[in-house]
Design a protein around this ligand. Structure first.
Ligand code: PRP
Ligand code: MN
Ligand code: MG
Length: 189
């Protein structure tokens, strides 16, 4: 496969992501079977747009009755640093009252986005709100948010692919890669 020129190093291939996601999906199924025997379905909320490829991979490998819904909560505005003020640009359609919810993220960095969404859903009387993330970058954390399930913990690099964007692009790379930031200064699409 020909890699995008902004790729410095591939961290995880599509196969590795899928394999790990299947493993985590089994853990999650076991968790809900053990803890919420009387609830037959889970509301899986994806945070657009970064979640899309991982959301698909997870849901297709999660052997459980689920409802799907989405929110757009964005604070990066196309750059590489969070501005710390997440905003809801699109809200969920479904009622969250008394629902068990899994929020699906591509990456947790400062934690601002998830802290905000988790509080928002609990305020609307969700029964439980758990966090599943494909990537966790704990070195960037500004608030005490801990994902309940993480596929991969990663070091302090700017990553692209599998949902992760640079200037809204490269989300469709079928792998997670370290971006060659030396090339960004005079990069032209
Ligand atoms: C990115 C990423 C997470 C969030 C993580 O989203 O997809 O949602 O930032 O950062 P945080 O933990 O510091 O809040 P972004 O706001 O760039 O929107 P996007 O998903 O549309 O790319
Ligand atoms: Mn996002
Ligand atoms: Mg982004």
């Amino acid at each position: 496969m020909k890699l995008h020129p902004l790729v410095k190093e591939v961290l995880f291939t599509e196969e590795q992501i899928k394999e790990r996601t299947i493993e985590v999906a089994k853990e999650i199924k076991a968790y809900y079977e053990e803890n919420y025997q009387n609830d037959n379905s889970i509301l899986v909320i994806g945070l657009l747009k970064g979640c899309v490829p991982f959301y698909q991979t997870f849901c297709m490998n999660f052997d459980f009755l689920i409802d799907m819904d989405f929110m757009v909560v964005s604070s990066y505005l196309g750059g590489t640093k969070s501005n710390g003020e997440p905003k809801i640009n699109l809200d969920i359609n479904m009622s969250v009252k008394d629902r068990n919810i899994i929020i699906v993220e591509d990456i947790v960095e400062s934690g601002y986005t998830l802290e905000f969404v988790q509080k928002y859903l609990l305020n609307k009387c969700a029964k439980s709100v758990k966090i599943l993330t494909m990537l966790d970058k704990p070195t960037e954390r500004k608030v005490a948010v801990k994902p309940d399930w993480t596929c991969f913990t990663i070091p302090k690099n700017f990553l692209i692919g599998y949902g992760l964007d640079y200037q809204e692009k490269l989300r469709n790379l079928p792998y997670i890669a370290v971006c060659d930031t030396d090339k960004l200064a005079d990069w032209k699409w």
